[in-house]
Design a protein around this ligand. Sequence first.
Ligand code: ZN
Length: 281
Amino acid sequence: MTDEVVCYERAGAVATVTMNRPRYRNAQNSAMTYALDAAFERAVNDDEVSVIVLAGAGEHFSAGHDIGTPGRDVDVSFDRKAVLWWDHVDKSGGDQRFARESEVYLGMCRRWREIPKPMIAMVQGACIAGGLMLAWVCDLIVAADDAFFADPVVRMGIPGVEYFAHPWVLGPRAAKEVLFTGDRFSAQRAYEWGMVNRVVPRDELQPTVDALAERIAQMPRFGLALAKKAVNQSEDQMGMRAGMDSVFGLHHLAHAHNAEVSKDSLAGLDAKSMRGASEPR
Ligand code: ZN
C-alpha cells in the first residue's frame, strides 16, 4: 500500500487508476479529485494505453464526496482545470459553493466523461452519491454482486448529486424511486435498469474487467474514440448536458436554502448521519 490517494498502473494496453483511501471507503476529497485528473491525463497521453479502468482500493468503490474525514479539504486551493472560473477559497455563500462545485464536481465529471479512451468502472461494495458520479462518467460499469448503490442526498433537501445523470442512466421512473427513497439498490437491480453492464461474483470481478478491457483494446484507437464521442453526443442530443445545467441551478437553490434555514448548506447532516440513514432497513 502507498500513501498516494490515487494509484496508477499500466499492464499492456490497460491503465488502472485506483482510488486509494480505503480507510475512508474512498471518500473523495479534492486531493483525490486532482490526483484522479492527473492519472487520467497520463493515461490519455500514453499511446500504449487503449482502455482505462477506474477502481477503488479495499472493500468499497467509493462512499462519495468527503464530508467528514480528517483529510477533508474544501477550503484548499488547487490549480483549477475543469472550468475557467475564479477560486472558491476566498469567497463566501453561494459564490463560493457555485465556484467550487462547478470545478471539482460537475466540471471534473464532464471533463472525465470526454476522455477519448474507453473507461470501465470496476465496482465493489459501496458506490454512494459522489461515488455514482465517478461510475457514471465511465463508459462501462462492471459490478461485483456485493456492490450497492444509492443517492441519498434528498435527505439533505438536495435533488440529487451535482452530476445529474440520473434520468439518462436509470430511466426517469427508476431515477425517481432512487431519489425519493434514498435507499440502496443492488448490483442486480442496477443491471435490470440498464445502469450496469455486467454483474459477477466478487472473485470474478477483476478477471471479467481484464477480459473486457483486453477485448476492447484490440479495436483501433481512433475508432473507439469516435464511437465513444458518437454515443456521448447522442446522449447530449437527448438532453443530458442541458438537463444537467438546469438541475445544477436547483441543486444550488437547495444548498442556499439549507444555508439560510439550517446549520449549513448540507442541512446539518454529516457522513455519519448520512451513512446511518442509508443502512438497509
Ligand atoms: Zn453540492
